[in-house]
Write a protein that binds this ligand. Structure first.
Ligand code: NOJ
Ligand code: CA
Length: 692
C-alpha cells in the first residue's frame, strides 16, 4: 500500500487491524532498542516491550535506526485439507520495519501482521556482512503487561508438557511453580517460567493467548516471569551447551503470536496461528484421510499385567536376539489373535483403523537405555503375524496404524526412517504414531530444543513423501505446521487421556486445552473412555477418571482432531452399545463450527457441521462444577426441522461417584429452539442433529 523511507530516529510507526480494534506500535528508543506495544479497543494491553536477538557473532539488541517501512493489507482465504472450517479467511494489515545498526553493521527486519483476532510478528535476518552464521544465545522479546492478569499455564520444562494446568494471578506464578521443583529440576530453568501456549485474562476480561507459529529451525520457547514488572521474557530452550540455536542466514524466526478478544469464544474460533503458517507443501493431498481408530493400547495402561514387551528377558536385543527362541511372557496383547479381535470390532462398527503398540522388537530393555539401538521398525515380534494381519485387515476394509516408539533415540530413528516408512507402505500402513519417551539421545538435546524441532519436522516432511500420516507423541508443542504438512494429523504434546489411569485428569483440564494447547493444532487426546474406574497404571490401587461417560462423547466435539481414538476396550463399548453409537456416528472433519459458550477452565459449548453431510453435532462440557448449558440452535439453516439425539448425564450423575449415569433422548429442534441442557459436575452432553 505504501513505502516510506528515511524515518527519523525516535519516530514511531504503527498499524491497526482491519476492524481498527487492535493497534500495533513500533519504535526504537534513544539507544536504538526496538520496542513494540499493543492496544486493544483503546486500552493498552502490552506496554512498550523490548525486541531483539543476542548471538555470539553479533548483538541484534540496540543501536538500530529505522531505514524503511512497508505496509500492505491482505485479504484472502484458503481451504484446509481438514479442520473445523472448510474455508479460512486470512485478513490482516502488515507492517515490515527495516532496521539498520552501525558498528558493527547489521540488518534486521521485523514483520508484524495485525489481524482482527490478534497479532503476529517475527524477526527476519538477511545475510549479514561479515558472517552468515549465528550462534544464538538469547531472544530478548518481552511482554510487558499492564495489569496483574489471571494466567492459565503449565510449568516451564524443556522436555515435557504432560502437566495439569494452573490458573493463578501472574504475580502468584512463582509460588505456584514451587510444587514442581522437585521432580523437574534437571529440565527447567529454576522454576521461574511457564510454557506456551498460555492464556491470560485481564481484570477487564480481555483474553490473550500467547504462543508461536511456524516453529522451524529454531527452539521452542518458554516465558520467564517477572512479577515485579508484570512481564514475561522469552526463554528459548537451549541445548546442553546453553546454545539456543545455530542459524544460517537468511533466516526467519517463528512468529510470536497474540490471539486477542474480549469474547472467550473468539479465542477458540481463531485461526490466527494457522494463518501465519505457510500453505500446504504437499501438492496432491487426496491420500490424506481423517479417521477414527481403536487400538491395542488401553490394555497396557489398565489392569497392571499386560506389557508392550513380548518376553520378560531384559537383555533381549532387537536385531540380535532370535525372538522366536525366547519364551513369550504370555501378557503381550499385540498378538495375532488379539489384533484380529480388534480388526473384527473395527470392521463391525465402521471404525477406520486399528493401532497396535508393542508389535516390534525392542521393548524388553525399555528402561535401561544402554543400547545405541533400542527398537527396530521392520522387525515384528514372533507372535505378531504381520502378513496375515495385513491381509486380514485389508479384507475387512480396516487400516492398521503403525507405532514407532523411539524411546527418545531420535538420531537412530532418523537412520531407520526410510526403511521404516518403506516397510509401512509395503505392508499397507498409511499412518504412524511416533513416540519419544525418555531423555533425548543424543543427550545434548531436549525434547523442545532446536535439534528435536528439526527432527520432528523432518519426520512429518519425509512421511509426506511416502504418503504417510503422522500422529506424534512427546514432540514439541505444535505451532500450526499441520497447515503446511496436513499429513501431520495430530500430536499429543500435553497431558492426554492416558493419565486417567494415573490418578485422573481433573474435568477442568479439557476446559483449558482448547484455549491453549489446541491453538497450535489438533491433539491426540484419546477420548471415549466408558469404564471410568480402573486400576492405576503400574500400581496396585485404583484410578478414577475425571469425567462422566457422556462427557467423553462431547470431547469428540470440543477437542477437534482429524484423527480420533475410541480409546476404551471393545468389551466396554459392547457394555454401553447405545452410547457407543455416538462415537460411530461422529465425524472427524467439519465444514463449519460455531462456538456457542466458552469460559476457560469452566465450560465450552460448540456446534459443528459435518464436512460430508448436512448433519450437525453439538458438544458441551463443564469443569468440576455442574451447570446448565444454553444451546441456541440459530446456527441451523432456516426453513428446516431437525431431530437431535442427545447423549446426556442422567440426573444424579457425577464424575466422582456416578459417572456412568447417562441417558439418550430425542427432541425436535429448529433454528428457533433454545435448549437448557443440564451438565453434571465433570459432565457433558453430545448431540447428533439430523434433518427430518
Ligand atoms: C507414551 C504415549 O503417550 C502413549 O500413548 C504410548 O502408549 C506410550 N508412550 C508407549 O509408547
Ligand atoms: Ca505421552
Amino acid at each position: 500500500m505504501s513505502l516510506l523511507s528515511g524515518i527519523a530516529a525516535g519516530a514511531s510507526v504503527g498499524v491497526t487491524s482491519p476492524s481498527g480494534d487492535i493497534s500495533l506500535n513500533f519504535d526504537v528508543d534513544k539507544s536504538g532498542v526496538p520496542l513494540y506495544s499493543i492496544d486493544y479497543k483503546g486500552r493498552q494491553l502490552v506496554a512498550p516491550s523490548r525486541m531483539g536477538l543476542l548471538a555470539d557473532e553479533t548483538a541484534f539488541t540496540d543501536g538500530f535506526s529505522i531505514t524503511g517501512v512497508d505496509t500492505v493489507t491482505v485479504d484472502r482465504s484458503w481451504e484446509p485439507v481438514w479442520g473445523e472450517y472448510s474455508s479460512v479467511r486470512d485478513h490482516f494489515r502488515e507492517l515490515a520495519v527495516n532496521l539498520r545498526g552501525e558498528n558493527p553493521e547489521r540488518e534486521l527486519t521485523v514483520r508484524f501482521r495485525v489481524f482482527d483476532d490478534g497479532v503476529g510478528f517475527r524477526y527476519e535476518l538477511p545475510v549479514q556482512k561479515g558472517s552468515n552464521y549465528l550462534t544464538l544465545r538469547d531472544e530478548l522479546t518481552e511482554y510487558n503487561l499492564t495489569s496483574d492478569n489471571t494466567v492459565y499455564y503449565i510449568p516451564g520444562d524443556y522436555d515435557t508438557d504432560e502437566y495439569i494446568w494452573s490458573e493463578t494471578a501472574l504475580t502468584d506464578i512463582p509460588a505456584a511453580l514451587e510444587k514442581y521443583h522437585k521432580h523437574t529440576e534437571a529440565q527447567r530453568a529454576e522454576g521461574k517460567n511457564i510454557q506456551t501456549p498460555m492464556l491470560m485474562k485481564t481484570p477487564d476480561s480481555v483474553y490473550v493467548n500467547i504462543h508461536e507459529a511456524a516453529l522451524v529451525g529454531y527452539p521452542a520457547m518458554l516465558l520467564d516471569v517477572d512479577t515485579d514488572n508484570l512481564k514475561f521474557k522469552t526463554h528459548l530452550v537451549p541445548d546442553r551447551l546453553g546454545v539456543s540455536a545455530y542459524l544460517q542466514m537468511p533466516f526467519n524466526t517463528p512468529w510470536r503470536t497474540f490471539i486477542i478478544s474480549d469474547d472467550a469464544r473468539d479465542i477458540l474460533a481463531s485461526q490466527l496461528i494457522m494463518n501465519l503458517n505457510e500453505p500446504t507443501a504437499i501438492e496432491d493431498t487426496s491420500w490424506i484421510k481423517p479417521m477414527k481408530f481403536v487400538g491395542v493400547w488401553w490394555e497396557m495402561f489398565t489392569g497392571n499385567v499386560k506389557t508392550w514387551a513380548y518376553s520378560d528377558d531384559p537383555l533381549a536385543k532387537p536385531g540380535v536376539t532370535d525372538y522366536s527362541k525366547l519364551p513369550s511372557n504370555g501378557r503381550h496383547p499385540a498378538n495375532t489373535e488379539n489384533v484380529k479381535r480388534y480388526i473384527d470390532f473395527a470392521a463391525e462398527h465402521g471404525i477406520d483403523g486399528v493401532l497396535v503398540e508393542g508389535w516390534n522388537e525392542g521393548w524388553e530393555d525399555w528402561a535401561s537405555y544402554r543400547k545405541n539401538r533400542q527398537f527396530l521398525f521392520d522387525k515384528p515380534y514372533p507372535d505378531f503375524d504381520l502378513p496375515l494381519l495385513r491381509d486380514y485387515a485389508r479384507e475387512k476394509g480396516v487400516k492398521l496404524i503403525m507405532h514407532h516408539e523411539t524411546a527418545a533415540n531420535a538420531a537412530d530413528y532418523d537412520f531407520q526412517l526410510d526403511r521404516a516408512f518403506k516397510f509401512m507402505k509395503d505392508n499397507n500402513y498409511d499412518a504412524v504414531k511416533t513416540g519419544y519417551v525418555g531423555a533425548i539421545i543424543p543427550r545434548s538435546e531436549h525434547h523442545t530444543s532446536q535439534w528435536m524441532v528439526d527432527h520432528v519436522n523432518r519426520v512429518a516432511e519425509r512421511a509426506a513423501e511416502y504418503q504417510i500420516m503422522v500422529d506424534s507423541h512427546e514432540a514439541p508443542r505444535p505451532t500450526g505446521l499441520c497447515r503446511t504438512y496436513p499429513n501431520w494429523l495430530a500430536q499429543e504434546s500435553a497431558r492426554g487421556g492416558e493419565f486417567e489411569s494415573m490418578g485422573g485428569n481433573p474435568p477442568s483440564h479439557t476446559c483449558i486445552l482448547p484455549f491453549t494447547r489446541l491453538k497450535g493444532g489438533p491433539m491426540d487426546y484419546t477420548p471415549g473412555l466408558f469404564e471410568t474406574r480402573m486400576s492405576y497404571y503400574g500400581e496396585g490401587k485404583d484410578s478414577q477418571a475425571g469425567t462422566t461417560l457422556a462427557r467423553q462423547l462431547a470431547l469428540y466435539l470440543t477437542m477437534p482432531s482429524p484423527i480420533q481414538m475410541a480409546c476404551d476396550l471393545p468389551e466396554n463399548y459392547e457394555r454401553f452399545a447405545d452410547a457407543f453409537q455416538f462415537i460411530k456416528d461422529v465425524p472427524v472433519d467439519w465444514s463449519d463450527s460455531h462456538y456457542l459458550e466458552a469460559e476457560p477452565n469452566r465450560y465450552i459449548t460448540v456446534a459443528r457441521r459435518d464436512k460430508n453431510s448436512d448433519d450437525w453435532y453439538v458438544g458441551a462440557i463443564t469443569g468440576d462444577d455442574g451447570r446448565t448449558a444454553t444451546i441456541d440452535f440459530s446456527f441451523l439453516p432456516a426453513g428446516a426441522t431437525y431431530e437431535a439425539t442427545i447423549y446426556e448425564d442422567a440426573p444424579g450423575a457425577h464424575w466422582k461417584d456416578n459417572p456412568q449415569a447417562y441417558r439418550i433422548r430425542k427432541v425436535t429442534v429448529t433454528p428457533a429452539t433454545v435448549l437448557a441442557q443440564p451438565l453434571a459436575p465433570g459432565g457433558g452432553a453430545a448431540m447428533r442433529i439430523v434433518k427430518k
